[in-house]
Design a protein around this ligand. Structure first.
Ligand code: NAG
Ligand code: NAG
Ligand code: NAG
Ligand code: NAG
Length: 342
């Protein structure tokens, strides 16, 4: 099944018009930013998302070859190696977010041969390091989200024990109470839906709460949107959707913010990392269509220790969805980008 899925993805993507000119360049930073490979997995490993524990260890989810969760301890060490924590009983794992300190929510499910999610297979689990001695987490199912079609990015809503989960196919964000497993439609606006000419039914993808707003990417529209929310994560009455940026790339995947409210966004099919300023100006800071540097980049997260607070960890699918120069793929990898000069 998986080769069929991949062929379909590749075919669908081959119909996209090709890159990408005219992004703004920042005169003050030396680009591309310095990058280093932390670890490359075996061929046909698609790393889909990343979170960082309070102690600085990375958590990685895989979409291929199976639905696994890895930890990569001390990513600043040249000897850093991943360790498998758990393989879930679905085909693929996707988003991950920290719902309270050292407790994470991951989502996953199955895909059909048409490279779309299989309704009825998606679920969310909690991965709790907090209650454990040592570094093996307690993992339990939080909820089967039966009506979901393609769960993707996840964001915490600080302080309320709930998360928002992007459903890329339905164009909505589910709202899940992590403790009770109760879920409802959290936010659903037209700007979350797949655009009519999208080659795959993927609209909303990455989703993040940041300073009073919920932000999301609409992948094939290559846009970043936001809506104002209250402290409880519900849209403020009367607040409309704002378009933060329209980026000149084929696809926007997941993203993260730095302290200066710059959004660092992966482009997956474009093999680039872009930095989007609060005013919407975007600049390519790493990679290019013809490079493997961050080929197939799916998500990113800043380090959380004193040593790596300005290091952006990027994960990739190794180019498997859209091979570099048509043929070149490698194993998915973790790349550390030093953003201190930006
Ligand atoms: C991984 O894939 C590349 C490109 O197809 C190939 O050159 C390489 O030999 C493969 N590595 C392994 C260990 O199979
Ligand atoms: C999932 O894939 C990984 C990497 O190939 C492998 O080490 C692991 O044993 C697999 N797990 C299962 C349950 O197949
Ligand atoms: C943010 O801005 C400050 C001061 O303007 C700067 O020192 C810092 O490097 C910037 N970038 C990040 C990622 O915080
Ligand atoms: C892709 O092709 C271009 C143009 O021929 C070449 O410059 C580049 O090095 C190739 N990329 C890789 C990763 O080999």
């Amino acid at each position: 099944m998986l080769p069929t899925v991949l062929n379909l993805v590749t075919c669908a993507l081959a119909t996209l018009s090709s890159p990408v000119h005219g992004l703004l360049h920042d005169r003050h930073s030396k680009l591309p930013l310095p990058a280093r490979i932390v670890y490359r997995f075996p061929n046909r490993t698609w790393i889909e998302n990343i979170a960082v524990r309070p102690n600085g260890d990375l958590l990685l989810t895989t979409l291929l070859p199976n639905a696994s969760l890895y930890t990569l301890e001390d990513p600043q060490s040249p000897r850093a190696r991943p360790r498998l924590l758990h393989t879930f009983d679905v085909d693929s794992l996707l988003g991950i977010a920290e719902s309270r300190p050292d407790k994470f929510v991951v989502v996953g499910g199955d895909f059909s041969s048409r490279a779309v999610g299989v309704p009825g297979t998606f679920a969310a689990w909690t991965v709790d390091f907090g209650s454990q001695l040592g570094s093996h987490p307690r993992i339990r199912k939080a909820a089967n989200i039966r009506e979901a079609v393609f769960l993707n990015g996840v964001t915490e809503l600080p302080g309320c024990g709930e998360v928002l989960i992007a459903d890329s196919a339905l164009g909505r964000a589910w709202r899940l109470d992590v403790e009770t497993g109760k879920y409802t439609v959290g936010i659903q606006v037209p700007e979350m839906a797949p655009v009519p000419d999208a080659p795959l039914k993927i609209g909303i993808n990455g989703i993040h709460f940041f300073k009073g707003f919920v932000y999301w990417t609409n992948s094939f529209e290559a846009t970043l949107y936001r809506i104002k929310v209250g402290y409880n994560g519900h849209p403020t009455p009367g607040s409309g959707v704002e378009k933060v940026a329209k980026v000149d790339v084929a696809f926007l995947d997941d993203f993260t913010f730095d302290y200066n409210a710059t959004a660092w966004a992966t482009t997956h099919l474009d093999n680039k990392l872009v930095a989007i300023k609060p005013n919407g100006a975007a600049v390519v800071v790493e990679g290019s269509a013809q490079e493997l540097t961050v080929a197939g980049d799916t998500a990113c997260h800043f380090g959380r220790t004193e040593k790596d607070r300005k290091v952006l960890y990027i994960v990739t699918d190794g180019g498997i969805a859209s091979p570099v120069n048509g043929t070149m793929v490698e194993g998915g990898k973790v790349v550390a980008v030093d953003t201190s000069g930006f």
